[in-house]
Write a protein that binds this ligand. Sequence first.
Ligand code: 13P
Ligand code: SF4
Length: 349
Amino acid sequence: MTVQTTSLKGPDLLGEIERLKRERNAVILAHYYQKPEIQDLADFVGDSLDLSRKAAATDADVIAFCGVRFMAETAKILSPEKTVILPDMDAGCSLEDSCPPDQFAAFRAAHPDHIALTYINCSAAVKALSDVIVTSSSAKIILDQIPKDQKIIFGPDRHLGGYLARHTGRDMLLWPGICIVHQAFSETELLKLKAEHPDAPVAAHPECPPHIIDHADHVGSTRSILDFALSSPAQTILVATEPHIIHQMEKAAPGKLFIGVPGGDGNCNCNMCPYMALNTLEKLYVALRDLKPRIELSPEVMERARVPLERMLEMAGRTVGQGDVGMPIIEDKDDGVPPGEIDPRISGD
Ligand code: 13P
Ligand code: SF4
């Protein structure tokens, strides 16, 4: 895709982004994996759950989403009346790519007695085929609300699904997707780092494969990794997630040492998300100026995808164990529950 750009630079570029933001009544939301200069001018930086909550609650007219496409789509689904722009529409995700909606629909159809608990890193069309969406920070809280005898399909991240299964003893059918970034972390490089820094705890994202998770002292979403890194008494932390999050750690705790775990043989950039890296300040400026690239989704997909997303927001806010998720609802999405309300069979209300 040809992306328009600008010759504006430095303070002129930042000033123009601020001016356009005011003129458009826009809010800039950014994920922790964005470049530092984007994180620094964003109104809010967060993990996928926090960003979804912000997108659902904002009173801005325009959401400029500095993250990847599935995140911007989530913002659009939760705030359909708003204009949602993404600086580079090619900012996808390997997990989304691994799960084509037609194949996911066929998988669901082959397991009619299962509900689909689906990681937010997927297309809007796959969300529309799901019962409850989860993020890495809400997955366990939500899983704990589902009755033990309910059969579950978990997709598209097999490592997050596998981690949850090991952690909770739940047997779930896993879709075989992976995150190319977290898959690339090298156990050998991690062990070398641990030998060099024997007192440093390891914080890892659950998208990592088990051979990395097995060495972790803390496993959680980007925000929980950030919280752990800041609250740990350790002066050195080994970080097994996309390294741009270290920017927030260094800002908040400049006296500590945060070391990103390398990918491959330690000499590649494969621990950086190539999709997140597509967004730049120049592209953000152009997006705010032209109000495009803009997220456009069919009303039908948005209406169906909003139901499992709003379930996630509702269930993620609950005390663990209060819910009563029972019947699979895949066969009949037209369940009489207006979009935006929780199906009582899922919520236990
Ligand atoms: P969280 O920020 O929700 O932990 O997600 C990580 C990620 O890989 C986003 O694509
Ligand atoms: Fe997708 Fe992995 Fe990039 Fe996150 S880090 S957007 S899961 S490819």
